[in-house]
Ligand binder design. Structure first.
Ligand code: ATP
Ligand code: ZN
Length: 302
């Protein structure tokens, strides 16, 4: 039976074209997925796993997952939060699950005022007109801080609202801060720290699908761990073992092996869950380590 037709396949919603697209596809490829792109270029068909990728606008991803059109979705926490607030306000009984946070798409949702405007704390927002594409998140923030202000919804180009006289300040996504600078705006407070995350349908999956999702989640966890991890091998004087293992960044119990023909030296092998920098190697050398080798880790499964 060809599972392509049976609805047994997992559908993942990914941003069609934008800041998250390349990272999202790269993550899936690192999880072992190889795919071919459909003629309409809106679906990528997994060739070696029962997984298909739907390419959509990022704003549509939470709803697609909430409505079980897709089983999984990769989207920013900023969009997740805004959608979750909308769904809760609409009385949704069960919400999509956030199952993992990922290591890309970092940005923050921040208030920014025209340079020189005084700002002390949330109280300074009282009575102001705030332009944003995240009205629910901003309103929720205002409510939590007991502040009354006017939220003006902009679907794009939020940063031009103050110079157009449409708002007193903005609340928008910032990463480097260059866009704000170019519009003479100054970041004053952060509402939300965001990064990409993986969400899952609120509907229970059939067992075969559930197993694949579980498998994919494990692989994603492995991919995230592996990126920083290094395998380190070195020779160490037995007497300096304690000092040496203490210097290995983020390593669990290292493997100690005897070296043929010597009693006072051993070989140490360890997985370091953090990058190993030259400085660390130099410190290791100082306490007696030699023949050091640092290797990238390709795959990891706990
Ligand atoms: P779409 O056409 O899919 O709606 P978009 O224009 O809304 O695209 P992008 O600008 O590609 O979206 O941003 C996608 C996501 O990338 C954001 O929702 C956010 O999570 C993340 N991101 C990271 N850094 C930034 C940034 N500096 N500005 C905007 N978004 C950022
Ligand atoms: Zn969008």
């Amino acid at each position: 039976m060809n599972s392509k037709e049976t609805g047994d396949r997992i559908k993942i919603a990914v941003q069609k074209s934008g800041r998250l697209t390349e990272h999202s596809m790269d993550l899936l490829v690192r999880c072992g997925l190889s795919y071919s792109r459909g003629k309409d270029r809106l679906i990528c068909y997994g060739e070696n796993m029962p997984i298909d990728v739907l390419l959509v606008r990022d704003d549509d991803i939470p709803d697609l997952v909430q409505e079980d059109v897709c089983d999984l979705g990769i989207v920013g926490l900023n969009i997740i939060e805004e959608s979750a607030l909308a769904l809760r306000a609409d009385g949704a009984s069960r919400l999509f699950d956030q199952v993992a946070t990922l290591d890309f798409g970092q940005c923050r949702l921040s208030f920014a005022v025209p340079r020189g405007t005084p700002y002390r704390d949330a109280g300074s927002l009282a009575g102001k007109r705030i332009a944003t594409s995240y009205p629910r998140t901003v309103s929720d923030y205002l409510e939590r801080n007991g502040v009354d202000a006017n939220v003006v919804v902009f679907s794009g180009a939020v940063e031009i609202a103050p110079s157009l006289g449409r708002a007193d300040l903005i609340c928008d996504l910032v990463s480097s801060g260059e866009t704000l600078k170019a519009h003479d705006l100054q970041e004053v407070a952060t509402v939300l720290e965001s990064r990409a995350a993986l969400i899952r349908t609120p509907v229970e999956l059939a067992p075969a699908k559930a197993r694949w999702v579980e498998r994919l989640l494990q692989r994603i966890e492995g991919v995230l761990q592996v990126k920083e991890s290094k395998y380190i091998m070195l020779h160490a004087p037995r007497a300096a073992l304690k000092e040496i293992t203490a210097l290995l960044p983020g390593s669990e119990a290292p493997t100690i092996m005897t070296l043929e023909g010597t009693d006072d030296k051993v070989a140490v092998h360890a997985v370091c869950r953090e990058n190993v920098f030259w400085e660390t190697l130099e410190q290791l050398k100082e306490v007696g380590a030699s023949s050091m080798l640092v290797l990238p880790v390709e795959k990891m499964l706990a």
